[in-house]
Design a protein around this ligand. Structure first.
Ligand SMILES: *Cc1c(COP(=O)(O)O)cnc(C)c1O
Length: 228
């Protein structure tokens, strides 16, 4: 087996073990393979092993790469910052956007998507309040969810975060708990049309902690593509 296939297998079993520790059903956790910077050949290799869900962080890179893949029927998520002038292109490529962090961006997506279908998105939250990071501040999350609910072309399905970096995966746990609490707060507001199913959190070095804390989408790049 090539190393991506071996890595995928190992990651899936670690996700299952984290689910068992937390008393969760593994079918509630989806592995999103982050393919940014990887070649079409590398991505095709992972897809031929049965992986169907992939993510990119730049519209232009995805637009150049996806047509070169020899693997039909894949699902693509956008996980990086999105400029308003790239929304039209993004909606043509992606099935879901994890990184909505302003009303202006949500309005542009709604406007462009309205005639096609309500477009599923997650709200990115800057739980660690880091100035250099994208995402709304925690106290802005509920008001933004309420405002997004009035837009016809967008459907809010959950929240996403990239916590402050640390060498110790355990250091991410309080941030994952903070995101889970924010999801619960928004869900408790019972905003019509807002679903709050998804918790997009956890990357290569901390996904097991994220799964223990309720992640439904884990975004994993290097642990899939690189030798461990
Ligand atoms: C690159 C990236 C990931 C994956 O990171 P790895 O450490 O390679 O697993 C996850 N989420 C976002 C938003 C990213 O940009």
């Amino acid at each position: 087996m090539s190393h991506p296939a071996t890595n995928l297998h190992m990651i899936q079993s670690r996700i299952a073990a984290a689910c068992a520790r937390a008393g969760r059903d593994p079918s509630q956790v989806r592995l999103v393979v982050v393919s940014k910077t990887r070649t079409p050949e590398e991505i095709t290799a992972v897809a031929s092993g049965g992986q169907t869900l992939f993510a990119e962080n730049r519209v232009q890179e995805a637009r150049d790469k996806i047509p070169q893949l020899r693997a039909p029927g894949l699902e693509w998520h956008l996980i990086g910052p999105l400029q308003r002038n790239k929304v039209k292109a993004a909606l043509e490529i992606f099935d879901r956007i994890h990184s909505v962090d302003s009303l202006e961006l949500a309005e542009e997506i709604s406007k462009r998507a309205e005639r096609i279908r309500p477009f599923p998105v997650l709200m990115q939250i800057n739980v660690g309040r880091e100035p250099q990071k994208s995402g709304v501040l925690p106290e802005q999350a509920l008001p933004l969810a309420q405002a997004m609910a009035t837009l016809p072309g967008i459907v809010l399905q959950g929240v996403m975060t990239i916590p402050p970096q640390s060498l110790d995966p355990e250091a991410a746990r309080p941030w994952f708990q903070a995101l889970a609490r924010l999801r619960a707060t928004i869900a408790a507001a019972a905003i019509p049309g807002v679903q709050m199913r998804e918790l997009s959190m956890g990357m290569s070095h901390d996904y097991e902690i994220a799964v223990e804390e309720g992640a439904t989408l884990v975004r994993i790049g290097s642990a899939v593509f690189e030798r461990s």
